[in-house]
Design a protein around this ligand. Structure first.
Ligand SMILES: [Zn+2]
Ligand SMILES: [Zn+2]
Length: 357
């Protein structure tokens, strides 16, 4: 794999001075440092790239050789190990990264409503969120870098001349090494600015209300604190809310659906059109089906831990409240014709009641 030009990696010109190169390395090393980008493989790759570039162009001898040989330059043929990188950082910036770290950035939450159908098959959705990110205009300092006046007490070093217990920062400037003059006009000295960000989130099939999806480092950046390495950016938690459905109730991966049916259909048997998540299907109920009976349609539920759930269709009798004259006559004829054997439970009940007299 072709190596990137080291000057390009550091974002400096070929003729940049040592101080400019050091500044560029410092900025990039801080941005991509693993402590600030936990678990981010891209950042780690960038960090190693930056460290490798610095190990060459930050060293006058190696830099001269690199300038002569260009892409043919080889140091040892291998990028520096993590230990070497940490040694380099320590040499260059003292114990910058070993200092107390600032708090981590705040986590954010976003409630995402999805339909039952979408929850069943999974869906990708676009979210627009607002999060607080470090101000790039002032790099989190809150003031204008170009207008800074070096601190008179410490001569700009930020260190106290007399080392005191627990702290060695200059008291006059709080360790900054300068006096801020005017506020940053981008963040108004808040050090962070709101950023509207559009994110894609994958909602996995079978999610339930209360499911949490974590989007790493899409929360707030830490509030910058002078003299402290920044803590990790917070995470974004997407809370899923599965909407109520007009036809289905959910029980884990299973779905329940109640179907109102006329008495005649239960008695005679019928083909019923019932809803499914995908549309409809037809089930045959046999003659003599009791009210309240459930029919199981395997695999027509939602994805669950142990495979797909089932759809349970429950038939419920609907008693007519209004009858036409024809319907009334037909029912009266039916009642006369079905005394006895057609209703064994009712006959048994009536016999028991009669025995009490
Ligand atoms: Zn000072
Ligand atoms: Zn700012």
């Amino acid at each position: 794999m072709a190596r990137r030009d080291y000057y390009d990696v550091l974002g400096v010109k070929k003729n940049a001075g040592p101080d400019e190169i050091k500044r560029a390395f410092r900025t990039l090393a801080l941005r991509y440092h693993p402590d600030r980008n936990q678990g981010d493989a891209d950042a780690e790759r960038s960090f190693r790239e930056v460290a490798e570039a610095w190990s060459v162009v930050g060293d006058p001898e190696k830099r001269a050789r690199y300038d002569r040989l260009g892409p043919l330059y080889t140091d040892s043929g291998r990028p520096p190990s993590s230990d070497q990188v940490n040694d380099m950082l320590r040499e260059t910036f003292g114990n910058l990264f070993r200092r107390r770290r600032a708090e981590v950035g705040e986590d954010l939450t976003y409630t995402l409503s999805v339909s039952l159908e979408d929850a069943a098959k999974g869906i990708e959705r676009t979210l627009v969120i607002q999060r607080q990110v470090r101000c790039v205009r002032c790099d989190g300092s809150g003031d204008h870098p170009e207008n800074r006046i070096p601190c008179a007490s410490c001569g700009g070093s930020g260190k106290s001349a007399t080392r005191r217990l627990f702290r060695s920062e200059c008291v006059a400037c709080d360790g900054k090494g300068y006096k801020p003059t005017n506020r940053c006009d981008r963040c108004n000295a808040e050090k962070r600015v709101p950023l509207e960000e559009t994110l894609r989130v994958k909602v996995p099939p079978g999610v339930a209300t209360g499911s949490k999806l974590r989007l790493r480092q899409k929360g707030n950046d830490t509030l910058p604190v002078t003299g402290m390495a920044p803590g990790a950016t917070g995470d974004l938690y997407v809370l899923v809310n599965v909407e109520e459905h007009a036809l289905f109730r959910r029980r884990g991966p299973d779905l329940l659906c109640e179907v109102p049916v006329g008495f005649a259909d239960l008695a005679l048997g019928a083909d019923l059109v019932v809803p499914t998540l995908e549309g409809t299907t037809t089930i045959r109920i046999p003659p003599g089906t009791p009210s309240g009976k459930s029919f199981r349609l395997p695999g027509r539920g939602l994805p669950g831990d142990s495979g797909k759930g089932d759809l349970h269709v429950k038939v419920d009798i609907e008693t007519p409240t209004v009858l036409s004259a024809d319907a009334r006559a037909a029912l009266q004829a039916f009642a006369t014709a079905t005394a006895g054997a057609s209703h064994p439970k009712r006959t048994e009940f009536q016999d028991a009641v009669r025995g009490r007299r």
